[in-house]
Design a binder for this molecule. Structure first.
Ligand code: GLN
Ligand code: ZN
Length: 769
């Protein structure tokens, strides 16, 4: 193992690339296919064209080995289920009749069959389709897609490496199929699964694969000895010498930790490791296990999850250290570039100076190539790039956008007292009861009302200049009047204005805060054909003027009942944006919190007695390893309290969360010190109410009794039964009646009926108390 030869061989690669195409051609083709406007062959043609375009782009940029098989019509985990023959029983007929339609049926469901469940891919905002497995699952290799895409890339004369979800991660991401006992552990299927992987690997070898990458990101989480043993067994088995491609086992998003010695010892041919962000500890860990003698190391030094340029000097230093630790060191992105937008050069509205700090997939690819060249040929060969990188980094560090003295001084002056309400909960609750005069079991909603076609048309008309701002605002006001009129008539106690002016709960605020950037083309896949354009937290955050006060006071002027002010909380603002990498997340959260605190205070001053600060993302940004949880929850809950603690004791602070599992953050929910929390609970039959009660939660709770993810309208009896269940855990003085989440995706007829039933159920129970 000599470092000079390791360096001389340094190649550039990436783990995967955005699938959608420059103009989201893939979305258009797939949605066209669903609507019957695009034929199957046309769809396949568009897909092949996009793959070819991506590979050519990568190759022209100087990437030596392109990834294949990372492309997907919907999701790569679903593709893996197909590759392994793990088709749920309810979809088998559809898949047999037409593989493409059957595939989309698994992804989206049909009139008659439910789709696979969808959930977040680790701590990213990408969602995958959860494999459904059981003791009777029979795996069968179907390598057609992987082989075809490899063949396409090889046909272009490129050196290509198929990328597959690895067997251990696949099983760890799976859940028991419907009808299978919840205690079933998919990992027990490993021995049955490995021969199928071996078959796919052999097929890829036969098709010309030299290397195959197996992604095992699930191993970066805290894992039991049983799981680590399974990983050891899997790679001992797949690594058995024979006619197989060389195996590269990849991990990303955090350190491999205890799994690193396991994989380092396994008879595989290389490891791809993430050396960015939370995973930077891999460097020390790798040295501690004695490196990877005899193996290839693919070093992920270009962050595949943020939008910022790389620090070349820092990366070269990391790469230099790694040269002494492996037989061959290649340079890569830390993970697939699927998680970042395609091309920063497409952004015309961003100040050119600031645009130079941005790196999307194309720019990150160029960075990987530059670093590989610097490693192979010495830094002299990339002198110009190094100088430009240094200049851009220092322009970012010295910019007034990233360093606003007023924002920094205010954040530095924050004290514990700023994050504490002036009175303890019990006293506040009494003051709020007197001030608000609400009945027992008060009824409310979570904020949004249906985003109707008229509202979308109004926004489109405004953008196209068919109406002016005044005309647009008239339409919003009309909507607010309708929404309030309905709520009053239905007998709801705490009203909302319905959020008709908001396109999105994060973007709406991001557009009004200084320090946030919006992109024009920065689309990132969320799931299937759904793409989002997360705003970018680029600089220090401040609020030039109130953001919601005008609409809230307009709504309040129309009614005597309390209208809730509605804000998105600081943690959710971070979770659904691209964040800064030049300061700790907690610092950014604090800046956002202080800007929102001003909004909360202004709402109160304008007459709001009830203010809701939504934190649906509090749970989802928990660090992957439990070692990081305490620190995260400390700054996250502090940011929430900082947002909400400036108000009088008799002003009631609500919060809202909507993911079914709260079990591991009950303490953090308590630490928010919100007066009222509404939570998703309808599907889990009020489970969360019991969990909070058991944990001794002392404040008011609104466990949702209307599942807004479904078009079903709960009748009065059903809502009453759910409320009775809630009353078994939470006393009547502290129980609220509300839906699971906002109503923006529902239609008016359902919403009307469901809310009327909710009010009737609350009245029925009040009558009996
Ligand atoms: N207030 C928001 C709404 O009702 C909350 C959305 C959410 O929790 N995701 O739409
Ligand atoms: Zn919600």
């Amino acid at each position: 193992m000599t470092s000079t030869s390791a360096a001389a061989a340094a190649h550039a690669t990436v783990h995967g690339y955005p699938r959608q195409g420059q103009h989201r051609e893939l979305k258009k083709a797939i949605e066209g296919y669903w609507k019957g406007r695009v034929g199957a062959d046309a769809l396949r043609g568009t897909a092949a064209e996009l793959r070819r375009g991506n590979w050519q782009q990568l190759a022209e940029a100087g990437v030596h080995e392109v990834p294949t098989g990372d492309f997907s019509y919907y999701d790569h985990v679903l593709d893996t289920s197909v590759m392994l023959g793990a088709i749920p029983a309810r979809h088998r007929a559809a898949v047999a009749a037409d593989p493409l339609d059957g595939y989309f049926a698994m992804a989206r469901g049909t009139q008659d069959v439910a789709p696979l469940e969808m959930t977040k891919w680790f701590d990213t905002n990408y969602h995958y389709l959860v494999p459904e497995l059981g003791p009777d699952t029979v795996f069968a290799a179907d390598s057609a897609k992987q082989v075809a895409e490899l063949t396409e890339a090889l046909g272009l004369g490129l050196s290509a490496r198929p990328v597959l979800v690895g067997p251990v991660t696949y099983l760890l991401l799976a859940k028991p199929a419907p009808g299978v006992a919840a205690g079933f552990d998919p990992l027990t299927l490993l021995d049955r699964l490995l021969p199928v992987y071996a078959e796919v690997l052999a097929d890829l070898r036969a098709a010309g694969a030299d290397w195959v990458q197996l992604d095992e990101p699930a191993l970066v989480q805290d894992r039991s000895p049983a799981v680590l043993n399974a990983a050891a067994r899997a790679y001992r088995d797949l690594g058995t010498p024979g006619d197989r491609p060389r195996l590269l086992v990849a991990s990303y998003f955090d350190r491999l930790g205890e799994a690193l010695p396991v994989l380092a010892k396994a008879p595989v041919d290389g490891l791809a490791l993430d050396f960015t962000g939370a995973a930077a500890g891999n460097l020390g860990d790798l040295a501690a296990v004695g490196g990877l003698p005899g193996k290839r190391l693919v070093a992920g030094v270009v962050n595949g999850r943020n939008v910022w340029i790389n620090d070349f000097e820092k990366s070269l230093a990391t790469l230099g250290t790694l040269l002494g630790l492996a037989d061959r060191v290649d340079v890569s992105s830390s993970c697939s570039l699927l998680h970042v937008p395609l091309d920063a050069a497409a952004e015309r509205d961003i100040d050119p100076q600031i645009a130079r700090w941005l790196a999307f997939a194309r720019q990150k690819t160029a960075e990987v190539v530059t670093l590989a060249r610097g490693l192979a040929q010495g830094t002299g060969s990339i002198a110009a790039e190094l100088a430009a990188n240094r200049a851009d980094l220092s322009s970012r560090a010295g910019s007034a956008l990233t360093h606003d003295p007023a924002v920094r001084a205010r954040a530095a002056a924050v004290t514990d007292a700023d994050g504490r309400r002036s009175q303890p909960y019990a006293e506040r609750a009494a003051a709020q009861r007197a001030h608000l005069g609400l009945p027992l079991l008060p009824t409310t909603t979570i904020g949004s009302f249906p985003q109707t076609a008229e509202l979308r048309t109004a926004r489109a008309d405004l953008r196209a200049g068919r109406i002016d701002t005044a005309g647009y605002e008239e339409r919003i006001k009309t909507e607010i009047r309708d929404v309030l009129g309905f709520q009053e008539k239905a007998g709801i106690d705490v009203l909302v204005h319905g959020e008709p002016e908001r396109n999105d709960m994060v973007q709406y605020f991001a557009e009004q805060l200084t320090g946030y950037l919006a992109t024009q083309h920065g689309w990132v896949q969320s799931y299937g054909t759904r793409y989002v354009r997360p705003p970018i937290l680029a600089g220090d955050i401040s609020r030039p003027e109130p953001m919601t006060v005008r609409w809230t006071t307009y709504a309040q002027s129309l009614t005597d009942r309390p209208v809730k002010g509605m804000l998105t909380g600081p943690v959710t603002m971070l979770a659904w944006s691209f964040v800064r990498d030049d300061q700790p997340l907690g610092d950014t959260a604090r800046q956002v919190a202080l800007a929102l605190r001003d909004e909360v205070d202004d709402l109160e001053a304008a007459g709001s007695s009830v203010i809701q600060v939504d934190e649906p993302a509090l749970r989802e940004t928990l660090p992957l390893r439990t070692a990081g949880h305490a620190e995260y929850l400390a700054w996250a809950t502090e940011a929430f309290r900082l947002t909400t603690s400036g108000v009088r004791p008799d002003t009631q602070i609500h919060t809202h969360m909507c993911y079914a599992e709260f079990g591991d953050i009950l303490q953090a929910i308590d630490a928010l010190d919100a007066d009222v929390i509404s939570l998703e609970a309808a599907r889990s039959h009020m489970q969360v109410a019991g969990e909070l009660a058991t944990a001794g939660y002392p404040r008011e709770v609104g466990p949702g009794v209307y599942d807004i993810h479904s078009p079903r309208v709960p009748d009065v009896d059903e809502a009453t039964a759910l409320l009775r269940k809630g009353l078994g855990a939470i006393p009547a003085e502290r129980l609220w009646v509300n839906p699971d989440c906002g109503l923006k995706t529902r239609g008016w007829p359902e919403v009307r009926a469901a809310l009327e039933n909710l009010v009737a159920a609350a009245q029925e129970i009040r009558g009996g108390l």
